[in-house]
Structures are given as C-alpha cells and as structure tokens.
Design a protein around this ligand. Structure first.
Ligand SMILES: [Zn+2]
Length: 222
C-alpha cells in the first residue's frame, strides 16, 4: 500500500498498541506494537533458535494471537523473526519454510494455524517458499503444557508425518514454531522431515520458554 494510503488508513482507524496496559497509538509504519514496547520486548537473540524469550508481554501477545484471533500481529512477529533469523542464519541456504502443523480437528476449531501464519509471512520476507502441506500432524496430542519432557516425547512419538516426502527430499528446511518449550515438538517434526530424505532442518521459533538450563530457576518462575 502506498504511503499516503497508509496515512489515510491511520487517520481513519488509528492503530493502538496491542501490548496489554499500553494502548498508545502505534508510531511504527506497520504493525500493532508501538516503538517503545517493541524496543523493550524480551529479545532473545543470543539463542539461534528463537526470537524472543517467552516472557511478558510476549506471553500475553502469543495468547491473544493463538486463542483470540489476533492474527493482525503476524507482521509484527514475522518482522521480528526475520531480523533475528538473519543475524544467525543465511536465508539463501533455505529451500523451503515449513510450519509445525496442528491437527485438523484443532485447525477446524481455531480456523488457522498460528505457526502457519508465521511461516508464511517469514518466508515472504526471506524470499523463500512456504509449504504448509508437506508435513502433517496425524495424531491429536491435546494440550500438554503441564507434561514433563519425557511425557511430551512419548505423547508426540509418530504424531507427525511427511505427507509429500518428494517435496522435502534433498532440501534445507526452515521449520517454524510459535513457542518452543522442551523442544520435543520441533525434534519430532525434524525426525519426520529427515526421514523422507531432507538435507537439513533449521529449527526456529517465535519464542522460547526458558528452562533451568537456559537462565536458571529464578527466571523460569516469573
Ligand atoms: Zn506499546
């Protein structure tokens, strides 16, 4: 959209910051997070697998993104992911961007796969192709946020399958998730992608839930 159209749109429908308790007008050219909040997000760039630490306000933003239809946050998230991805990785080495899939019953319930939206927007920004059909979730593993690492891994075994292995064979795949917790989901997806002959899988998440080994226990409890 041209700059003057953007200005008219902003005048008619002012964008207010999506961060809880902020509500200032958005002063960035695109997106729904104001520059002050954007600068103070929990950036986690030192870790090559994720853009943010899963801490406030990212926790609240991801919640409305996943469960309250706040899909307008896609570009804010994708822009942030592009920035941190390019710092650590070579976008040109990626052949295809694949989202962590959700089970079709959950897709029907929610109407969209949040990781699919992120993968698609990130792929566009990196000039790569997004493929959200070659990896599928064949088993509904339910909510497992309270499970331990071992329970998660058992529950996830064989939950993912490459539906079109020929599309992934020999490729370098950028695998995109919203929130990475123990890493078990990304590992299971990686296993399924490599099983069909992919060359390499680069795992990347919007946010990483900090575990003891990342920063120590105090951080985990906040
Ligand atoms: Zn703000």
């Amino acid at each position: 959209m041209s700059a003057w159209l953007e200005r008219i749109k902003d005048a008619l429908w002012p964008r207010t910051c999506a961060v809880h308790d902020c509500r200032r007008p958005v002063d960035r050219p695109e997106g729904y997070i104001c520059s002050r909040c954007y600068a103070t997000l929990p950036w986690y760039d030192e870790f090559a697998k994720s853009t943010f630490a899963y801490l406030s306000p990212i926790v609240e933003l991801v919640n409305i993104y996943k469960f309250s239809g706040a899909t307008y946050l896609t570009e804010d998230f994708a822009a942030a992911m592009e920035r941190s991805f390019r710092r650590k990785h070579d976008a040109a080495s990626v052949d295809v961007v694949v989202p962590v899939p959700i089970h079709k019953s959950r897709l029907e319930e929610r109407g969209y796969n949040q990781s699919g939206l992120l993968a698609d927007a990130l792929a566009k920004r990196l000039g790569r192709v997004c493929d959200d059909r070659s990896l599928v979730k064949v088993r509904d593993t339910g909510h497992q946020s309270r499970s331990t690492g071992d329970e998660r891994r058992k529950n996830l075994a064989a939950a993912f399958r490459a539906a079109r292995p020929e599309r992934l064979r020999g490729r370098t795949v950028l695998l995109v998730d919203d929130v990475m917790t123990t890493g078990a989901t990304l590992e299971e997806c990686t296993r399924a992608i490599l099983a069909c002959g992919a060359h390499r899988v680069v795992q990347f998440a919007l946010a990483k839930a900090l575990m003891d080994e990342d920063v120590g226990e105090d951080y985990v409890k906040t």
